[in-house]
Design a binder for this molecule. Structure first.
Ligand code: 13P
Ligand code: SF4
Length: 302
């Protein structure tokens, strides 16, 4: 029996669902029940009636799924799949920052650990960060925004609010340079540029559209442009090409790869289902506190 058949058979036996982020390798995206951005994956995790969630993404995403579905078994097929940006701030560091700004509300990007989320008032993803500031924190005098300084800059530009920021960033998006875009534009003068808000401001300013990975999938379907330069992790090109065979996509940089996202392969999905590993565990007290900030975000996103 081939690998895919084995996975599908075991998935059925375990009553499992496979969720995959837009940056996963093509074979993993193709076998998943749902492929999406951080917000879409959280919503799926909260509403699935499966017993087991096999999460093909990075650790904070699987942790978010566990927090939202505490009675389900959540498996991350590769234990080492972390997010370097999420690791740039820990709960002690956030507590110290909160002490410096006792009146501030804390908005955390979903790319944070459960322990950090437990210290926050509201969570956001790149898809709804602007809305969370405009609606969720409209009465806040001061806002701490962690950990992505570039996403904070983007939201600040959109909302006119200033934030107390943490100097975190995504190493994958920070590697995409403005000169990469200029070079691609010279090669493809008709192309439009789409960029993720995790990109640095100098790059963002060269983009026609700045949005989350799911926002990119939507924009690309709707635009009249036939050529698109894509400034985010290259894994998304698989889905963009699959859903838009009539359009041509150019990655902004060959270096835009998140190696953590590439750690999950079909073999590891099979082993995860066979061994029921690696199971994500979040201590109850932390999960309860973190859930409040995620649930508040989901309530606004409905
Ligand atoms: P979204 O898919 O939510 O836009 O996030 C991008 C990302 O870097 C996830 O780690
Ligand atoms: Fe983290 Fe960036 Fe990789 Fe997303 S692409 S998981 S933010 S390092």
């Amino acid at each position: 029996m081939d690998l895919i058949d084995k996975i599908l058979r075991l998935k059925k036996e375990r009553n499992a669902v496979i969720l995959a982020h837009n940056y996963q390798i093509p074979e993993v995206q193709d076998i998943a029940d749902f492929v999406g951005d951080s917000l879409g994956l959280s919503i799926q995790a909260a509403k699935t009636d499966a017993d087991v969630i096999v999460f093909c993404g990075v650790h904070f995403m699987a942790e978010t799924a566990k927090i939202l579905s505490p009675r389900k078994t959540v498996l991350l097929p590769e234990k080492a799949a972390g997010c370097p940006m999420a690791d740039m701030i820990n709960a002690d560091q956030l507590r110290a920052l909160k002490q410096e700004h006792p009146g501030a509300k804390v908005l955390c990007y979903v790319n944070t650990s459960a322990a950090v989320k437990a210290e926050c008032d509201l969570c956001c993803t790149s898809a709804n960060a602007v809305r969370m500031v405009r609606e969720g924190l409209k009465d806040a005098d001061e806002i701490i925004f962690i950990p992505d300084k570039y996403l904070a800059d983007y939201v600040s530009a959109q909302t006119g609010r200033s934030f107390i920021v943490w100097p975190g960033f995504c190493p994958t998006h920070a590697r995409i340079l403005p000169e990469n875009i200029l070079q691609e534009k010279e090669l493809h003068p008709e192309a439009v540029v789409i960029a993720h808000p995790e990109c640095p401001p100098e790059l963002r300013k060269l983009a026609d559209c700045v949005t989350s990975t799911e926002g990119m999938c939507r924009y690309v379907k709707e635009t009249k442009a036939k050529e698109i330069i894509v400034a985010t992790e290259r894994g998304i090109l698989h889905r963009l090409r699959k859903e838009n065979p009539d359009k041509v996509f150019y990655p902004a940089s060959k270096f835009a790869l998140c190696m953590n996202m590439k750690l999950i392969q079909l073999e590891k999905i099979l082993w995860a289902l066979e061994d029921m590993a690696y199971e994500i565990i979040v201590p109850e007290e932390i999960a309860d506190q973190a859930r409040a900030s995620i649930q508040r975000m989901l309530d606004f996103s409905e």
